[in-house]
Design a protein around this ligand. Structure first.
Ligand SMILES: [Zn+2]
Length: 311
């Protein structure tokens, strides 16, 4: 400090000293009430300044490691895309500033999850607008997905679309998930992938609990391709394995008990699901009552007689 002082020209040193002593005198002559009021004003100014600056969570920014973090495109009027608001709080007569997370962060986390899950592009492509409902069954699917969005999800109901690939199941399930994620956290999983991942860590209790709890407790879960049929060596369609059924029951039973909205697409119809595993099938059937449909059934394919199926 002295070194810096020596470097300053004499007249600057003098004016600086005068300024400091004036400030000290002003502070010394303040009453405790005035001091407190001043502290509040300063804190309030800091809070106002922070809350007046827009953030870049929607548009993207370069972080401190010089990496570009892409924006999530979600525009929040409350926090101007900072993700947080600074507030003044008083405790035991002491004023302090506290950062409060904005409500939009739940939505943003959903968007980030969707991006991470690879569903980001699908959400743009698979919208209700882009769904072609030419045939009566397509119209019925469309109406059911819309009704689920308007009422079913709010009542903790489930949406179940069974049928072969290419029938628009994924399109409509994605459109529903894409809309719901603006209200609550949504998680998208592809059954063959998530079951493989969970079965691989089943012996690590802590890790397994952590992973399955995420799926069990997320506000909305979208499971794509539940019990995806696989062909055995002879080309026959095989049903879900024992560990797969156990896993599905553990996960879906939790969501069933807690009435958490769940969207499921599968190549199997509800009856077939029930035949495979009654405990899981009956829960899916109960929760998806009014919101389940078997679409695009190819008569040549009969999973019930899988040993004689010509695929
Ligand atoms: Zn916000």
């Amino acid at each position: 400090m002295e070194q810096i002082a020596q470097m300053l020209p004499e007249h600057t040193k003098d004016s600086l000293a005068k300024l400091l002593s004036d400030r000290l005198k002003a502070i010394e002559s303040m009453t405790p009430e005035e001091l407190e009021a001043k502290r509040r004003r300063v804190a309030q100014a800091r809070v106002d300044s922070f809350n007046s600056k827009p953030g870049q969570l929607a548009t993207g920014y370069t972080n401190s490691d010089n990496n570009y973090v892409p924006g999530d495109g979600y525009n929040c009027q409350l926090c101007m895309n900072r993700g947080a608001t600074l507030v003044l709080e008083e405790r035991n007569g002491y004023i302090y500033e506290r950062m409060v997370e904005c409500k939009c962060m739940d939505v943003r986390r959903s968007i980030w999850r969707m991006k991470a899950s690879g569903l980001e592009q699908s959400i743009r492509d698979y919208t209700f607008k882009r769904f072609e409902a030419k045939e009566p069954w397509q119209k019925a699917m469309f109406d059911m997905a819309k009704a689920y969005l308007a009422e079913g999800a709010k009542d903790g109901k489930w949406l179940y679309f069974g049928g072969q690939p290419g029938c628009g199941k994924t399109h409509l399930c994605t459109a529903v998930a894409g809309k719901l994620l603006y209200e609550e956290p949504v998680m998208y999983v592809i059954w063959p992938q998530i079951s493989k991942k969970l079965k691989a860590i089943v012996n690590d209790a802590e890790e397994y609990d952590k992973e399955i709890t995420k799926l069990e407790t997320i506000a909305v879960l979208y499971i794509d391709d539940l019990f995806k049929p696989v062909k055995d060596d002879k080309g026959n369609i095989t049903q879900a394995s024992g560990p797969d059924k156990k896993l599905a029951f553990e996960l879906l039973n939790y969501r069933y008990i807690n009435r958490l909205p769940t969207i499921i697409s599968s190549e199997w119809g509800l009856e077939e699901l029930n035949d495979m595993d009654e405990a899981t099938g009956s829960r899916v059937a109960e929760r998806s009552r009014g919101y389940n449909m078997m679409v695009c059934r190819d008569r040549k394919r009969n999973y019930r007689l899988s040993d004689t199926t010509a695929v």
